[in-house]
Design a protein around this ligand. Sequence first.
Ligand code: UT7
Length: 344
Amino acid sequence: MASPLAEPATRSTDRLPGSLPMGVLGLGHYLPDEVVTNDDLSEVLDTSDEWIRTRTGIQQRHRLAPEDATSDLATRAARRALDDAGLEAGDIGQILVATTTPDYPISAVAPIVADNLGVLVPALDVNAACSGFLYGLRTAAGLLATGTGPVLLIGAEALTRVVDPGDRNVAVLFGDGAGAVVLGMDDDGSLGPFDLGADGSDPSSLYTPVGGTREPTTDDNVGERRHFLTMRGREIYRFAVANMTASSQTVLRDAGLTPDDIDLFVGHQANLRILDAVAAKVGIPAERCHTTVHLHGNTSAASIPLALAHARDAGRLHAGDRVLLTAFGAGLTWGSCLLTWSGA
Ligand code: UT7
């Protein structure tokens, strides 16, 4: 199969051209207290604030407390989303956690979150890396459409635990955090169209080589530090711009909308240059893009719900707004969808 990095992969593996009467009933987020600035990293790595800012737009990121794991961040964001929705955990039909950094290699985060919330409900993780929140939205839409009660979808990551703190190529990019939404049937909102895709022909452009079933950890490969996340940044950059652009355009076309109809564009917050390039190619002016990468760094599956929470706090989300979401990630995966904000 041709490399997905040579040209945009053939699309689309999952396309929901219409929209469904569903909306965000509640939104919450959690960011760890510790803030790590570019200058902090420059003290321990051969890097600089100037390099990080100009190449990525990142100024700082949050790092989780030593005693915390992904489920702790997820639970705090979930509680806030439930409060915001005015619901109890017992009202939830199913819990989804979009994450690529679970507490344990085996055993999902979502059941731990359910237990923390004091409920016994079906609970599973969705791993589509940085596209995970989009995949989670699509999964939630299917569940709601078939009668499941409100779905709690959380994007939660502890990426600082899986990058080599001594590798400047990746250590400067990532941060920790969680964002959560309660999704439910809602005549004032809508979810869709969706465009999701995946091409697994070359995962090695963005992956953790060691520690899975392909190559379990040994003293030797851990000594070589191959149990940390690695990536070929330039290839991923090109893949991200090509696929987020094409996917966003597919959603606009399926919705019968033009870029002028979009009130807010929220892309996966990996790199400001990537976001600017996608917005320019899709035709959405900077004033209708919401970016948080300067504050949070790349928080993978948490980045879009964190950005939505930040946008709402900044007064940038209003009832009836059409919000275009788009993401790319390891796998390689990508996805986009249109969300009509119903006023949560
Ligand atoms: O959620 C998905 C996660 N992944 C991504 O989003 C990654 C997408 N790619 C990118 O964002 C960019 O490719 C990067 C920000 C990772 C890198 O930017 P770039 O403009 O593509 O730089 P580069 O990788 O071509 O590296 C340029 C130079 C190299 O030095 P030489 O070979 O030119 O001497 C790197 O060694 O910059 C060097 N470099 C650094 N210098 C200072 C790489 N990392 C750093 C650093 N500080 N942290």
